[in-house]
Design a binder for this molecule. Sequence first.
Ligand SMILES: NC(=O)c1ccc[n+]([C@@H]2O[C@H](COP(=O)([O-])OP(=O)(O)OC[C@H]3O[C@@H](n4cnc5c(N)ncnc54)[C@H](OP(=O)(O)O)[C@@H]3O)[C@@H](O)[C@H]2O)c1
Length: 314
Amino acid sequence: MKVVIAGATGAIGRPLVTALRLSGHQVYALTRGGRGAELARALGATPVHARVLDRDDLLRATETLTADAVIHQLTAYKRSPPTHYRSPGLLRTNALRTVGSRNLVELAENIGATRYLTQSLILGYGIRDHGTEPVTELEPFGRAQGDANDANLAALHEAESQAWQARGMDGIALRYGFFYGPGASDMITRGLKLRLLPLPSTGSGHTGFVHIEDAVSATVAALEHGRPGQSYNIVDDEPITWDTMFDAMAAAIGARRPLRVPPRLLRLSAPLAAAQMLDLSLRASNAKAQAELAWKPSYPTYREGVVTVAKTPS
Ligand SMILES: NC(=O)c1ccc[n+]([C@@H]2O[C@H](COP(=O)([O-])OP(=O)(O)OC[C@H]3O[C@@H](n4cnc5c(N)ncnc54)[C@H](OP(=O)(O)O)[C@@H]3O)[C@@H](O)[C@H]2O)c1
C-alpha cells in the first residue's frame, strides 16, 4: 500500500515507518520541514512538506499525491508533556485531534485513500475508577464528565468520529495505552534518574501500558486487516499501577526508587498527571485486537518489556 503518515517523526511514527517499509508498504511522511524531512528520508520515507493545521497548505502540498491510506499519529507533547489541563502541548494536541483530523480526512478523500487510521487513547474512557472488570471497546468513549478534562475527551472523540464518518473510507481508531520502550519513555526515564517523578504516597490506580514495538505491530495489523468503523484497545496483557511501572523502570535504569509524596502536593504541582494516577483505575482489555487483528503483544507484560527502556531506538 501507499501510506501517508502524519507524525512520522514522533515516538511511534519513527518505528512505524520502519515497520511499514519492512512489510512492503511505501511511506509518505508529512513534515513541517527542517530536520523532519531529513529524518523521514533516513527512515526510507518520502517527505512531503505541509502544515497539517493549515488546510489550504496541506491540500496544496498533496495535490499531485495518490495513496491508499492515511495514518494520523500527531501529538505535541515533546516540549510540553500533558501534566496540566491547559498545558500548551495538550492544547496543541487537541487542535491536532480536531482541526488536524478534519484536514487529514479531507486530504485522504482527495488523494483517493480508502483507509484512515487515527491515534486515540484509552484515557478517552474517562479519568475515573472503572472498577476491576476489563474495559472493552463497548464502554462509552469520549463522554463529557463535567470537569476540566472534558476538552481532552471531546478532542479524542472528534478524532475517532472523523475517522468513521469519512466518505468512502474505512476508518479505524487505535486506543493506545501508555507507551514505553526505546524512544518512547525517555522523558520518564530522565525524570526518574533525577528523582523528579514522584508517586502518590497513597498508591496509584491501574492503567494499561503498551511497549512501543507492540503499538507499532498492532498499527500495521490494523492497517492491513482491521475492520472498518472499529476501535481497538492497544494495550499489553496486564494492567498495572503507576507505582509498579515507575519502580520497575527505575530499577531497569539503575535509578533510586521514586519519591512518594502526599497526593495533595501532586495535585498542586501536576494536576492532570495526578488525576491519571489517583483518580483513574482502568483495566483495558486487548481481547478484540488480539482476535480481530491476529496480533499478540511480543512483550505481554511490563516484566518482559521494562528491561528495554534504557536501549536506544534501533
Ligand atoms: N499513548 C501514549 O502513551 C502516547 C501517545 C503519543 C505520544 N506519547 C509520548 O509523548 C512524548 C512525545 O511524543 P513524540 O516524541 O511523538 O513527539 P510529539 O512532539 O508529540 O510529536 C509527534 C509528531 O507529531 C508531529 N507534530 C507535532 N505538532 C505538529 C503540528 N503542529 N503540525 C504537524 N505535525 C506536528 C511531530 O512532528 P515534528 O517532528 O515536526 O515535531 C511528530 O512527528 C513521547 O514520550 C511519547 O511516548 C505517548
